[in-house]
Ligand binder design. Structure first.
Ligand code: GLN
Length: 509
């Protein structure tokens, strides 16, 4: 049985019927992780611990205490701290770090919560800084569609693990696009929730006012199931929102306005906003073409198209690359070699110990951002850069509210290009930053956004489209994404990958 091609609902059903055990599923995925280790998707596995969680899940299932996700394996981005597995955020400075507790997201999904089984920790750009996974202290990870190409970043390992069938689903985090862009590059459906929806407690901090956790999955309905387990108020995170829990699957399968009489027009009443700035210069023609075809499909399903404008889109790059490094420079000051993490072996005094530990522990991109962040926060530059960026951030958020008067959901590309070749952009950081143009503004505004597969390039690389919703409209976005996925089959492309060169001929391995 090719369990890696099954949806979460199908896996849940198989577990409930007893046609497979959590132990067997866990062994199956651990085997795949092992035999496809050349993808470098995982940075830590601990089969014994995974199997322990599987035994626990099997007991629950046998005693009839099964929830929709009980016993299903999952991979966690290494930015979430986990008891038992190393928690490194892709950095040498945390290389041997073992957390005494689980992040709230991990806890909600694991044995104390939904009963899922942790398969291990996935590769990522160091401290989630990057768009290609090339900034990882564990080395780059490979896109399963073409092993010469990047998987996207920073949640590259999570994207690979789902795309190559090493895990049925994975967690990611998105500070400026890190769930959506790797999802797009690897052919997945990924959701960045509204800021504050999902607890940041135990997520190793990058830029706290932007960081948000979410699912990376094979479909919108799988994303909804994970959201049901991870969303909700957490008193341990001061920016967590006190919103009542909701069922993110509740609108899946329903027409947009609940009118079941017009079956061929399920999206009747939905207004989709197309920002002019998202279809301007710089967007690859093939990417644009796939998205335009997807838009036609949505129109055919009854959606109404509206042109909208997000005039400050271009400014989202300088604004983000001032604010995110500013917050990072502050967050990363805790790595001093004293309390935890790497400490230099040789030093003469305290100052030198700090200096050497940080010099040896942090990678190049992280150092660059600490320097930028410290610079924009320093006296004399604060007003010119940091404060100015904060003001434009507010304007960007307001522009979205103006756009949402005209439409219910905004649609555009996730990234200007498909996955690029390894090494192509890593020498020039600004080249890489420019690739984030369509994803950054949703983080700056705190809005929910997702990536959905909508095509393939001639070079056989996945293309994704982006939906951006208004605050707390995740369920509606998932409904729209699911309707698209019921009509098209782009989200099923992952099963095709099983025949690709990277995975070899043997689909079952
Ligand atoms: N590429 C962006 C950065 O390097 C976004 C990363 C992220 O979302 N974690 O900051």
């Amino acid at each position: 049985m090719k369990w890696h091609q099954k949806s979460l609902t199908e896996l849940g059903k198989a577990l409930a019927e007893g046609s497979v055990t959590s132990e067997a599923l866990t062994r199956y995925f651990l085997n795949r992780i092992n035999s496809l280790s050349e993808l470098n998707a995982f940075v830590d596995v601990n089969p014994e611990l995974s199997l322990e969680q599987a035994f626990h899940a099997d007991k629950l299932i046998q005693s009839g205490q099964k929830g929709p996700l009980t016993g299903i394996p999952i991979a966690h981005k290494d930015v979430f701290v986990t008891k038992g597995w190393h928690s490194t955020a892709g950095s040498n400075i945390l290389k041997n770090y073992l957390s005494p507790f689980d992040a709230t997201v991990v806890e909600h999904l694991g044995p104390q919560g939904a009963g899922m089984v942790c398969l291990g920790k996935t590769n990522m750009d160091e401290f989630a800084m990057g768009s290609s996974n090339e900034n990882s202290a564990f080395g780059p990870a490979k896109n399963p569609w073409n092993d010469k190409c990047v998987p996207g970043g920073s949640s590259g390992g999570s994207a690979i693990s789902v795309a190559a069938g090493l895990a049925p689903v994975a967690t990611g985090t998105d500070t400026g696009g890190s769930i959506r862009q790797p999802s797009s590059f690897c052919g997945l459906t990924g959701l960045k929730p509204t800021y504050g929806r999902v607890s940041r407690y135990g997520m190793i901090a990058y830029a706290s006012s932007l960081d948000q956790a979410g699912p990376m999955a094979k479909s919108a309905s799988d994303c909804a199931l994970i959201m049901n387990a991870i969303a909700g108020h957490d008193p341990k995170d001061s920016t967590s929102l006190a919103k009542p829990n909701e069922d993110f699957s509740r609108l899946i399968g329903l027409p947009w306005q609940g009118d079941t009489s017009a079956a061929s027009q399920p999206l009747k009443g939905l207004r989709i906003g197309l920002p002019i700035e998202f279809f301007a210069e710089g967007l690859d023609k093939e990417v644009e073409m796939s998205i335009r075809v997807a838009i036609q499909i949505l129109e055919g399903l009854g959606a109404e198209l509206k042109q909208v404008t997000l005039p400050k889109t271009k400014l989202s790059i300088p604004v983000y690359y001032v604010l995110a490094p500013a917050e990072a420079s502050s967050n990363l000051s805790r790595y001093d070699g004293v309390r935890y993490g790497y400490r230099a072996k040789e030093y003469k005094n305290l100052a030198q110990m700090y200096e050497r530990s940080r010099t040896e522990g942090f990678g190049k991109e992280v150092k660059r951002r600490i320097l930028i962040g410290s610079y924009v926060l320093s006296q004399g530059y604060y007003d010119a850069y940091y404060l100015q960026a904060q003001k434009i951030r507010r304007i960007i958020a307001n522009d979205f509210q103006v756009a949402f008067r005209e439409c219910d959901v905004i649609l555009g590309p996730v990234a200007p290009n498909v996955a690029w070749q390894m090494g192509e952009k890593s020498k020039d950081p600004t080249q890489m930053y420019l690739e984030d143009i369509y994803t950054l503004s949703a983080n700056l505004a705190g809005l929910p956004a997702m990536s959905i597969p909508c095509g393939m390039s001639k070079s056989q690389l996945p293309i994704g489209m982006q939906l951006i919703g208004n605050y707390f409209n995740e369920a509606q976005m998932l409904q729209l994404a699911d309707t698209f996925q019921q009509t098209t089959s782009w989200h099923k492309i992952m099963s095709e990958i099983s025949n690709s060169d990277v995975l070899g001929e043997n689909n079952d391995r």
